[in-house]
Design a protein around this ligand. Structure first.
Ligand SMILES: [Mg+2]
Length: 227
């Protein structure tokens, strides 16, 4: 196989991420202890508030606080707000936990193909995770982008420094909404590797595009069989 450009997502593709948010949400719902709303109904309110917010732990803290202020059935004391914020900020205390076989698979791919990490989110937060992962040396570049939409991928293709071409460039990731659909729409190929803990707001039906290849793999290690 000719050398390909593999753009690779990070959160929930290379390492665990959303599972920590899910645990924080469960703890938050316990703490709120709403007398009539079910956990799913509380979750729905949080989802709607998060949809309007940004990414990362700081945005998540603000979303939890807004949800708490909207739903709390008791006086909101400063110590309650601090407790709610702690559910979110504690997420950053988790060490980076690579998904199975990720380091070995990247070591196999790195001499054969051009690897570029592409993650979205808050720059400092994502940079810290990239550094802590120890994976940065296997990538030619590690990019943090504020959003992953069609314009983002078109911008990467147009970036002369990156030197990509759509016919040999693939986006690899777990999110239909951020990694797969916009990359296909921008003219890239895509490798979808679902993660059972993918953030609810990243779910979307995958739209196949004529002439673009979409691979769906069960696990990251299977990339070795295709590249
Ligand atoms: Mg991801």
């Amino acid at each position: 196989m000719q050398r390909q450009h593999l753009l690779i997502d990070a959160d929930d593709t290379l390492w665990e991420n959303n599972v920590y948010f899910e645990r924080a949400i469960a703890a938050f719902i316990d703490f709120l202890a709403h007398s009539s709303l079910t956990p799913e109904e509380v979750r729905h309110v949080l989802d709607e508030i998060e949809r309007a917010g940004g990414y990362g732990a700081a945005s998540f803290a603000r979303s939890l606080e807004a949800t708490y202020r909207r739903l709390a059935e008791r006086e909101v004391r400063p110590e309650d707000v601090a407790r709610v914020h702690a559910f979110a900020t504690d997420i950053r205390r988790n060490p980076i936990e690579l998904l199975p076989g990720v380091a070995e698979t990247l070591a196999y791919l790195a001499p054969r193909h051009d690897l570029v990490l592409v993650t979205k989110g808050e720059t400092d937060e994502q940079r810290l995770k990239i550094e802590a992962s120890g994976l940065e040396p296997t990538f030619r570049r590690a990019l943090v982008v504020p959003e992953k939409d069609v314009a983002t991928y078109q911008g990467l293709l147009d970036d002369a420094d990156l030197g990509l071409d759509s016919g040999s460039t693939w986006m690899v990731g777990n999110s239909p909404r951020s990694d797969i659909n916009p990359a296909l729409a921008a003219g890239l190929h895509a490798v979808y590797i679902p993660h059972p803990q993918t953030w609810r707001l990243e779910h979307q039906e995958i739209q196949a595009i004529a002439g673009r290849t979409l691979l769906t793999l069960d696990r990251f290690t299977e990339l070795r069989e295709h590249f």
